[in-house]
Write a protein that binds this ligand. Structure first.
Ligand code: SF4
Length: 231
């Protein structure tokens, strides 16, 4: 079997080199698992998508937005704005007027604050909670003993496909995810037909900052992450 791409095992200096604008990167010393070397055909095919006018413009604006998230100071390059402002600026750049918020019921307060901020910044906001439809979990085969609140209580399923379909039907220009669970977010992304971004991911034990556990994985606190052998 041919080698799999393994960018995580590379320093990254070959595809993001510190060279002059008129020079070209060299991959002579890049590892054999380098996808820039292994996947020329895929790279060319993927690049052709940027020839579509709307895709090219979207990509261009995303990179302009990326640029505007930094500033040059006498002390060097510094970061400027948090992700919520990045999202607002990007939405304005694209001329988006109507934004869709798909949020988790566990982050309802955060979603209200996000909606308020977006509205104060001139957007029309449509929001849909994950429990929309109030469909019991039994509908997707969840057993009583698998319900979080216990077997004797009604429990609505998370309904990310409906969240996506409502935002599709509402004709939002851009969808923003706030705190959907792993897997539920996958379904939302699969069914959402408008451009979307993730403002926040859910992490129940780190204040929705999954990298906190990653940062601590080389310490005693979350060292178990590196010891665990997955079945
Ligand atoms: S594309 Fe190649 S050079 Fe770039 S990080 Fe991946 S392996 Fe390294």
């Amino acid at each position: 079997m041919s080698e799999s791409p393994q960018c995580t095992r590379c320093s990254g200096i070959f595809c993001y080199p510190n060279i002059a604008a008129d020079e070209r990167p060299s991959f002579d010393e890049a590892p054999p698992s380098c996808p820039t070397k292994l996947k020329r055909d895929v790279i060319e095919k993927a690049l052709s998508n940027y020839d579509k006018e709307d895709i090219r413009e979207f990509a261009r604006l995303a990179s302009v937005q990326e640029f505007e998230c930094y500033e040059h100071t006498p002390a060097g390059i510094r970061t400027r704005i948090p992700r919520i402002e990045e999202t607002i600026q990007f939405a304005h750049k694209n001329g988006f007027k109507r934004l869709g918020l798909a949020f988790c019921s566990g982050l309802a307060n955060e979603a209200r604050m996000v909606a308020d901020i977006l509205e104060r910044n001139g957007f029309d906001v449509v929001s849909v909670c994950c429990k929309v439809g109030a469909v019991p979990k039994e509908r997707i085969g969840i057993r009583p003993e698998e319900k979080i609140s216990g077997p004797d209580l009604y429990e609505s399923m998370c309904n990310p496909i409906t969240q996506a379909e409502i935002l599709n039907e509402e004709g939002v220009d851009f969808a923003i995810l706030v705190g959907l669970c792993v897997g539920h977010d996958s379904l939302f992304i699969k069914y959402c037909q408008v451009p979307m971004t993730v403002l926040a991911v859910k992490d129940r034990v780190t204040g929705h900052n999954p990298l906190a556990a990653i940062y601590l994985s080389r310490s005693p606190y979350y060292g178990r992450l590196r010891r665990r052998v997955q079945a």
